[in-house]
Design a protein around this ligand. Structure first.
Ligand code: 13P
Ligand code: SF4
Length: 319
């Protein structure tokens, strides 16, 4: 394998040569995030990744993240080539919501507006009325609730429960969860807060309710980074994938960030909260796919045609 610096130089050269742009999520390796920024790509939350890929003129998008992010980019830009460093990088929410079972669930509740989280397959999105990301789910459900709509929500039960509590909407919840965020522990967080009484608590809404209840700010990855920058505090306890800490430290130099406790981390493991699928993205496989053009994302045309409707609804709402 090549040295890190050689790999980075090779990736930069290949991005220019192949007229490609790198679109990365905050949970991937810090080197990939930096490369995305240094080369005119983007590193952001899943809403912005979708928008950036759609609006960028490059005809090849390299998505460093997980499968649903690549699929959403492809659905929004069917004529672009979308590559991913590892096509096996999936998401426990996506895995926990198979399209056939989800479709049967929808069939059983035809009176409900179907709202799905971005972290789902293209086939699940094809069955939905709306797609949302964590940054805009609350606003969209509040909007639907104001219109008197009853909601069928999938797949994340924690995010769904949080939105239900905040909006008072009638929501029937699929019982999925994120294997990373599900591990944060409310009782241990209470203890940690006692040791750091001045710390502000930043929580991604895929976390369990007893963790979300202790948050100063609940939001998407981008919203949590903005909060770390803006809030007047020296210390922050962060309940989300620890890949985010790279950007948080850059955005808020001088502030201190502490991982929220998970079942395994307190004394023994400093990096328990890290998505195994996001971790599949590395410099080597990124360079290799750029070179070979392999690992292209394909979405079946009819599925894509249906799925784009719920994604466009969200993007129009967000505009
Ligand atoms: P964001 O949209 O907040 O970046 O979240 C995506 C995700 O997969 C969180 O686990
Ligand atoms: Fe999915 Fe959780 Fe990984 Fe995000 S962190 S991609 S929700 S498994």
């Amino acid at each position: 394998p090549q040295e890190k610096s050689e790999l980075k130089a090779r990736i930069k050269r290949l991005l220019v040569e192949k007229q490609a742009v790198l679109v990365a999520h905050y949970y991937v390796d810090a080197d990939l995030q930096d490369l995305a920024e240094e080369t005119g790509g983007c590193v952001s939350d899943s809403l912005e990744m979708a928008r950036f890929g759609r609006d960028h003129p490059a005809q090849t998008l390299v998505v460093a993240g997980v499968k649903f992010m690549g699929e959403t980019s492809k659905i929004l830009s069917p004529h672009k080539r979308v590559l991913m460093p590892d096509l096996d990088a999936t998401c426990s929410l996506d895995l926990g919501c198979p399209a056939d079972e989800f479709s049967a669930f929808c069939d059983a509740h035809p009176d409900r507006t179907v709202v799905v989280y971005a972290n789902t397959s293209a086939a699940v999105k094809a069955r939905a009325d709306w797609m949302v990301t964590s940054s805009i789910g609350l606003d969209i459900v509040a909007h639907l609730h104001a219109q008197g709509k009853k909601i069928l929500w999938a797949p994340d039960k924690h995010l769904g429960g949080y939105i239900q509590k905040k909006t008072g909407a009638d929501m029937l919840l699929w019982q999925g969860s994120c294997l990373v965020h599900d591990e944060f522990k409310g009782i241990e967080l209470e203890l940690l807060r006692k040791q750091h009484p001045g710390a502000k608590v930043l929580v991604h809404p895929e976390s369990p309710q007893d963790v979300v209840d202790q948050a100063d700010v609940v939001g998407s990855t981008s919203q949590l980074i903005a909060a770390a920058q803006m809030l007047d505090a020296e210390e922050f306890i962060v309940a989300t994938d620890n890949g985010i800490l790279h950007k948080m430290r850059m955005a808020a130099p001088g502030k201190r960030f502490i991982d929220a406790p998970t079942a395994g981390n307190s004394a023994t493991c400093k990096s328990c909260a890290h998505c195994p699928w996001m971790a599949m993205n590395g410099l080597q496989n990124l360079a290799d796919v750029l070179e070979s053009g392999s690992n292209e994302i394909h979405v079946e045309a009819e599925t894509s045609r249906k799925a784009v409707i719920c994604i466009d609804r969200m993007l129009d709402f967000a505009a």
